[in-house]
Write a protein that binds this ligand. Sequence first.
Ligand code: IYR
Length: 231
Amino acid sequence: MTVTDEINHRFVPLDYVERPPNEMTTRAAAFYTLMRRRRTVRDFSDRPIPDGVIEHALLTAGSAPSGAHRQPWHFVAVTDPAKKAAIREAAEKEERAFYGKRASKEWLEALEPLGTDPDKPFLTTAPVLIAVFLRRFTFVPETAGEPARRLKNYYTAESVGIATGLLIAALHNAGLATLTHTPSPMGFLNDLLGRGRDERAYVLVVAGFPASDARVPDLKRYTLDELATFE
Ligand code: IYR
């Protein structure tokens, strides 16, 4: 039996918790009430994050479904001030090029309500930056019977997107503010964090307490009728 056979070919009973219908309804509404308060925050405090919060949020992210269960993600939690400063410097360099020449007029207009610009002070203020990497391949080490192999991963963008969503939900549930930051291009994260070029820097999740005077744009979300249809 190969390593991947072992992952995929063993079945165990489902650990399922059945809940009474009224409790299901209450929990669904309570979760929405929690999640609707999540906002993307750009003004962070430097207050430290309590022990275990980031670790449990990362484990939650790792519970995401993934194509062929290849778990095509890797998270680098950066708290070292020198590394955060290096990331800020590189990100602001890309952002200056983005806002100065790369972005189309239409794109800049779309960003106007958010009030974003090339300055990214949150990259050094916030206590942690979680760099999310997408892994295109799984490396299976050599075993007694078989040579080392490189397996292709599947539905990597979908899988890593779901994992990032769970990460953001877990951080919000714990009481932290987050920002999904996408400096573009993000290749500098591979270099600064020592990740090989076979991995793709996917997003940078900034997390921490919001600054006491944090403000957010007054955005409206779609109503249920606008976001869904029932057939
Ligand atoms: N990455 C840039 C620009 C930016 C793009 C989108 I789409 C946003 O929703 C927000 C910002 C920046 O971080 O400023």
